[in-house]
Ligand binder design. Structure first.
Ligand code: IPM
Ligand code: MG
Length: 360
C-alpha cells in the first residue's frame, strides 16, 4: 500500500523533530511493507518567509490531497522575530488556526500518559502519582473563542476589545461523539469540562453532552467545572480517562496535563475531521531558544507519527511497533536533555531518532 503524507517542518525545533519522525516512519514502512510518499508543505513562519503568508491556498489544496499531514511546530520568539511585527492575522499562529478550520479538524486528541520509566520526572508527590495515569483530552478545535467574532475599538476614548465565545449544538454533538467513541475503546469514562455556573455556551454544552451520552449506556459521564478540573489534575489525575472540553479550556488543560507527565516533549496529538484524514503534531511549541542545538526531544513528534499510522492509515501493527520502540529506548535509559535524570544516558535529538528507528 502507498500513502501520501504531507510534511510540515515549520519553525524553531520543527525541522529537527520532523526529520527524526520521518526516519522512524521510514523504518516502519520498510519493516511492515508499505510505502510513504512525502509532500513538503509550508506553514507558519517558514511560509511567511517564502510567500509572505502563514498559510497559502496552495498549501491547503496540497494538504487536502494527502492521506494525512505530520507537522513539527510553528512560531518564533515574539520578542525578537519579525513575524510578530505583522498584524495578528498574518502571524505564524494564524496559519495554524486557518489550516485547522479549512480542513475542518474539529477534534483534537491529546493523550497524557505517565510512563513508568519517567515517573521521576513527574513533579507530583509520590502519593498523588499513585499508579500513574492515562488521560486523553478531546478538545474541540474549530469553534469557541478562537474563531468567534473579535474586534478592538476605541469607545468614548476607552480602548475596548471583544472576543466572542459561540457554540452551536451540532459543533458540540460531533465532538462529544468523538469523546464517547474514544472512551468506548478505553476505560469508558468521559469527564466533560465546562463553566456551566457562568457561561451559556457551557450550559448548552452540558445539555448536548447528556443527550449524546444516552447512546453510550456503557460509558460513565461526569461534568466538571474547568477551575475544579485544573485542580483535580494535580490532586488526583488517576480519576480521569477521557476529558472532553471546548477549545480554550482544552488548550489550557492540555498544557497542564502534559506537564504532570514529566515533559511536554513526550506528548503527541491528532487533529481529526469526520474522514480518515488528520493533522498530527506534538503538543509542544517550537522552542526557538533551543532550535538547532540537538537538544529537542523528538519523541512527541514520533508518537504523533504513530497516531497517524493508527488513525489515518489504519496501520495498527506499525503504530504499535513505533510506540513499543519508544518505550524500549526509555527502558534502556536513553534520555534527551528535557527528561534526563542522574544515571541515565544523555542523547541528542538525532541519536534519539536513530535509537528508536533501530528498534522498529
Ligand atoms: C496549541 C497551541 C495553539 C493553540 C497556538 C499556537 C495557537 O497552543 O496547539 O495548543 O492555542 O491552539
Ligand atoms: Mg496550547
Amino acid at each position: 500500500m502507498k500513502y501520501t503524507v504531507g510534511l510540515i517542518y515549520g519553525d524553531g525545533i520543527g525541522p529537527e523533530i520532523v526529520r527524526e519522525a520521518k526516519k522512524v516512519l521510514d523504518a516502519a514502512a520498510s519493516k511492515y511493507g508499505f510505502e510513504l510518499d512525502y509532500e513538503r508543505l509550508l506553514l507558519g513562519g517558514e511560509s511567511i518567509d517564502a510567500c509572505g503568508l502563514p498559510l497559502t491556498d496552495e498549501t491547503i489544496a496540497k494538504a487536502k490531497k494527502c492521506d494525512a499531514v505530520l507537522m513539527g511546530s510553528i512560531g518564533g520568539d515574539a520578542k525578537v522575530s519579525p513575524w510578530y511585527k505583522l498584524e495578528p492575522s498574518k502571524r505564524p499562529e494564524a496559519g495554524l488556526l486557518k489550516i485547522r478550520k479549512e480542513l475542518n479538524l474539529f477534534a483534537n486528541l491529546r493523550p497524557a500518559y505517565l510512563y513508568n520509566e519517567l515517573k521521576d520526572a513527574c513533579p507530583l508527590k509520590e502519593e498523588i502519582k499513585g499508579n500513574g495515569f492515562n488521560i486523553i483530552i478531546v478538545r474541540e478545535l474549530t469553534g469557541g473563542l478562537y474563531f468567534g467574532e473579535r474586534h478592538t475599538d476605541v469607545i468614548d476614548g476607552v480602548r475596548t476589545a471583544v472576543d466572542t465565545l459561540k457554540y452551536d449544538e451540532n459543533e458540540i454533538r460531533r465532538i462529544a461523539i468523538k469523546a464517547f467513541d474514544t472512551a468506548m475503546k478505553r476505560n469508558k469514562k468521559v469527564t466533560s469540562v465546562d463553566k456551566a455556573n457562568v457561561l451559556d455556551s457551557s450550559r448548552l454544552w452540558r445539555e448536548v453532552v447528556n443527550e449524546v451520552s444516552k447512546d453510550y449506556p456503557d460509558v460513565t459521564v461526569e461534568h466538571m467545572l474547568v477551575d475544579n478540573c485544573a485542580m483535580q489534575l494535580v490532586m488526583n489525575p488517576g480519576q480521569f480517562d477521557v476529558i472532553l472540553t471546548e477549545n480554550m479550556f482544552g488548550d489550557i488543560l492540555s498544557d497542564e496535563a502534559s506537564m504532570i507527565t514529566g515533559s511536554i516533549g513526550m506528548l503527541s496529538s491528532a487533529s481529526l475531521n469526520d474522514t480518515k484524514f488528520g493533522l498530527y503534531e506534538p503538543s509542544h511549541g517550537s522552542a526557538p531558544d533551543i532550535a538547532g542545538k540537538e537538544l529537542a526531544n523528538p519523541i512527541a513528534t514520533i508518537l504523533s507519527a504513530a497516531m497517524m499510522l493508527r488513525y489515518s492509515l489504519d496501520l495498527d501493527n506499525a503504530a504499535d511497533a513505533v510506540e513499543a520502540a519508544v518505550q524500549q529506548v526509555l527502558k534502556e535509559g536513553y534520555r534527551t536533555t528535557d527528561i534526563y535524570s542522574e544515571g541515565m544516558h544523555k542523547v541528542t535529538t538525532t541519536q534519539m531518532g536513530d535509537l528508536i528507528a533501530e528498534r522498529i
